[in-house]
Ligand binder design. Structure first.
Ligand code: SD4
Length: 337
């Protein structure tokens, strides 16, 4: 193939402008161009932390009908916020040590617009409040009472977020009042979601009730742009689950996106992200972190500290639950190595 033609096509593809007719009209060149990493396939895809089937199915339904990535991630994670059996997100989330359910969430779009709420009480859908912060205010983060007041002004309703189940668990916890970071809670946990729509644009959302029985006022990584979530429409996106303090200390999601910008695959970038955290925590085994990333080409990757983390992936060829590789492995007798 002529070098000039090749370069021309690569340039187009890097800008996300390669169309199917263009590729098929120059048959001999198609192979070479398609194998270039810079080709943007424009195939919608959604991934989310853990095996959240219903949430990812909802997001996929939107993408598959030509909807945009921002709507997909918002509507997707709302499924978990509403599910009272998920005790780590939204209504039914476990409370802080004073018995209050306080929620954190953020959302980010293809243009770098973002919105977040932290320490939000009495509102079941923090992700939608975060989107309103992004779209209706000149600010990015609203906290506590201010965020709650803003939500009411936007038409959200006051709800009691504590359920019979979380209330009973909390009362049990009070007997010892011991705070511990549980490594994988029933294999479902905070939801971070990343999507690419048919235009090839990215968006992400992350929402949680945070660590159970946390100190009142504690805010984790999930609503912090760059820590729990980051999107860069030129490169890709990343999100995190696990002990937020460690994710914040490395600005984990931003780090992973920057590593992808420098040429790492989503898998390599997630592995490097976890390794950075472990370097600051040499020998520590008592916490879990899971990173999930996607690049502009729709390639995905994940890595975690301990086995047990997985992510659900939905695209045109179907959906699957992808187990993540981990920093530590467990031998048959349960020893971590
Ligand atoms: C936090 N990262 O508040 C969240 C909690 C979480 O799995 O992801 N748990 O630190």
């Amino acid at each position: 193939m002529q070098r000039r033609k090749f370069l021309k096509n690569s340039g187009l593809s890097a800008a996300g402008m390669v169309s199917a007719p263009l590729l098929s009209s120059c048959k001999n060149e198609t192979k070479a161009v398609v194998s270039e990493k810079s080709v943007v396939p424009n195939q919608p895809i959604v991934v989310c932390t853990w095996d959240f089937k219903n949430a990812s199915a909802k997001a996929w339904e939107i993408l598959d009908n030509g909807g945009n990535a921002l709507d997909a991630v918002e509507q997707g994670v709302r499924i978990e916020e509403a599910d009272v059996t998920n005790e780590t997100v939204g209504k039914g989330g476990r409370p802080d040590r004073d018995g209050r359910v306080t929620l954190d969430a953020c959302i980010m779009d293809k243009d770098g617009n973002c919105g977040a709420v932290v320490y939000l009480q009495n509102i079941a859908h923090p992700i939608s409040v975060a989107r309103k912060v992004m779209e209706e205010t000149p600010h990015i983060i609203l906290a506590g009472k201010g965020a709650e007041q803003f939500a009411y002004e936007q038409g959200f309703e006051k709800e009691d977020l504590l359920t019979e189940s979380t209330k009973a668990q909390y009362q049990e916890w009070l007997k010892t009042s011991e705070y511990e970071t549980i490594i994988n809670i029933e294999n479902h946990d905070t939801i971070g979601m990343l999507a690419i729509d048919e235009k090839g644009d990215l968006a992400g959302a992350c929402t949680t009730s945070g660590m159970a029985y946390k100190v009142a006022g504690r805010v984790g990584d999930s609503p912090i742009i760059g820590a729990g979530l980051f999107i860069d429409n030129e490169v890709g996106g990343a999100t995190a689950t696990g002990v937020g303090e460690e994710v914040i200390r490395t600005v984990g999601s931003f780090l992973i996106v920057e590593l992808m910008r420098q040429g790492k695959s989503p898998q390599e970038a997630c592995e490097e992200g976890v390794k950075r955290i472990m370097k600051k925590n040499e020998g520590r085994e008592d916490f879990q972190i899971g990173f999930l990333a996607i690049n502009k080409q729709g390639e995905t990757g994940a890595f975690c500290v301990h086995p047990g983390f997985s992510y659900r992936r939905y695209n045109q060829s179907g959906h699957d639950n992808v187990p993540s590789k981990s920093f530590y492995t467990k031998t048959e007798d349960g020893v971590v190595s």
